[in-house]
Design a protein around this ligand. Structure first.
Ligand SMILES: C[S@@+](CC[C@H](N)C(=O)[O-])C[C@H]1O[C@@H](n2cnc3c(N)ncnc32)[C@H](O)[C@@H]1O
Length: 299
């Protein structure tokens, strides 16, 4: 478990990680477009073993409970959503989650980074607990190798091929899972959904917005991350605990929601002006932009 929260650091590749494949079950695309080869079956098994390990953790049970409470309190009642009526089971503790889709950005290289593997395992556990179909979870990180993409597909997840830069427009209740991601990803996500209707459909598991504010110079926070800065006062954050030996993996994680009754108390001016973030003056931009795109906002 290596990477920590706020430092911008692409997940590190472990020494010798590229030498692991001996068996014939290597990624087919890895052989054509990647230098790294990976034993897909072995990697999937390792991830599933990690899921089993996390499932027994006391802190996971607390997370599950807190998430259930947050989802029930904030997201629209499933029976009010005509689009998803057919998917609902009656009763059961997953009732409030069943209409959720999921988007995960910034996991990192889970085949070589232990933190990223644990975070991926936690994602699978969250989907299971929320009874969210694995295929309804889209994952993206520009650092994923082709072989890692194959592992994700083998797990049943939907791998996005386009770098959305976090600008994912919400049309249905959606769980976002952004573990230790750069502020620009969150800021872009908030910008894209900057209205009461869309924000109220979002449930984010990621870094605490108030923690980001505390750790960032106020002037820069306001200038570069205006949507996070405003969201601190609009959202409801519940800190999720983790044992000290998992600090590198799950530190500073919160469940963040935007209850519509609280959003509606804010003046119309909150939503009036919402220019796209450009990050022109941001020296340490913590996001990988689309290819052929610069921070000037073109393209
Ligand atoms: C600080 S690392 C965190 C990695 C891992 N979650 C961890 O905690 O070790 C931030 C991650 O965000 C990813 N990232 C950067 N730009 C991104 C983008 N446009 N879309 C999705 N992920 C992105 C990086 O590649 C990197 O893996």
């Amino acid at each position: 478990m290596t990477d920590t929260g706020e430092d911008w650091q692409v997940a590190r590749r472990r020494k010798g990680a590229g030498k692991r494949t001996k068996s014939p079950q290597v990624s087919s695309s890895a052989s054509t477009c990647c230098q790294e080869q990976l034993d897909i079956e072995k990697t999937v098994k390792r991830i599933r073993d990690t899921v089993s390990e996390l499932r027994c953790e006391e802190f996971w049970l607390q997370w599950r409970e807190q998430l259930m409470v947050a989802a029930s309190a904030s997201l629209p009642n499933p029976s009010e959503n005509k689009d998803t009526e057919g998917q609902l089971e009656k009763g059961g503790e997953g009732r409030q989650w069943q209409q959720l889709q999921c988007v995960c950005y910034g996991l990192g290289s889970f085949s070589s980074c232990v933190s990223a593997r644990y975070q991926l395992a936690m994602l699978l556990l969250l989907l299971e607990a929320g009874q969210i179909a694995v295929k309804d979870c889209s994952v993206y990180d520009p650092v994923f190798s082709c072989a890692e993409n194959d592992v994700l597909k083998e797990l049943g997840l939907t791998v996005l091929t386009e770098n959305e830069e976090g600008k994912h427009l919400v049309t249905r209740p959606t769980l976002f899972y952004l573990m230790h991601c750069g502020k620009a990803l969150y800021n872009n996500l908030l910008w894209k959904n900057w209205c009461t209707q869309h924000l109220s459909l979002m449930l984010i598991i990621g870094n605490s917005f108030s923690g980001m504010r505390e750790r960032t110079i106020e002037r820069e926070f306001q200038r570069d991350y205006i949507y996070i800065s405003k969201a601190v006062d609009l959202c409801q954050e519940t800190q999720l605990s983790c044992p000290s030996r998992m600090i590198d993996v799950f530190s500073d994680t919160a469940v963040i929601t935007f209850p519509s009754n609280s959003l509606s108390t804010h003046p119309q001016s909150t939503w009036a002006e919402s220019p796209e973030p450009l990050y022109q003056h941001c020296p340490d931009l913590e996001i990988i932009l689309k290819e052929n795109r610069t921070v000037s906002g073109d393209g």
